[in-house]
Design a protein around this ligand. Sequence first.
Ligand SMILES: NC(=O)N[C@@H](O)C(=O)O
Length: 180
Amino acid sequence: MNVRTLPIDALSPTSFAPYGDVMGWPADLAEGEPGYRSTASDFVHQLSFDTGIDGGPAEVLWVHYRDDSSRIDKLEMHRLTHQAVVPIHGGDLVQIVCLDHDGGPDIDSMKAFRLPQGLGVSMHPGCWHATRTLDGEVTALMLTRHSTTRELVAMLTEGAAGSESRLTPLPAAIELDVSR
Ligand SMILES: NC(=O)N[C@@H](O)C(=O)O
């Protein structure tokens, strides 16, 4: 059976734009937004994180990713909230993303992006995704929505039905091309 292979693309604000925003991109110092530069430190606006209607304050999760399998056979999506992923220790991540079409993943839009440690992405609500490591465990900072997290835990541990999130198997497995 022919298995589709998915190349791992380099991350850039332009290439990731259909799926969300890139954080930490050196050239993306948001002109006209609040920022400060000095010999001691710089800070600059990156994005306004939105947990969605009635979402309340953003939730910070500390995530340990360990799945280094090249096979992508299921995706996850959060309907209401942005979701940010920033690898901060242990190396790079691979973020597989896919646009939504009528409540399911639009497989033709699927891309895989390498997230270098220290850069991050904030996915739009409705962005289907999966995450892989390349070499051992990676720790990531995640921003999400409190109610989405609690519902996701019930979905993953008890098989509960989801309203804020969707989990779906792929009709045909896809292999990440980790050779590049
Ligand atoms: N906690 C949580 O939402 N995790 C997933 O969405 C994920 O992409 O890791």
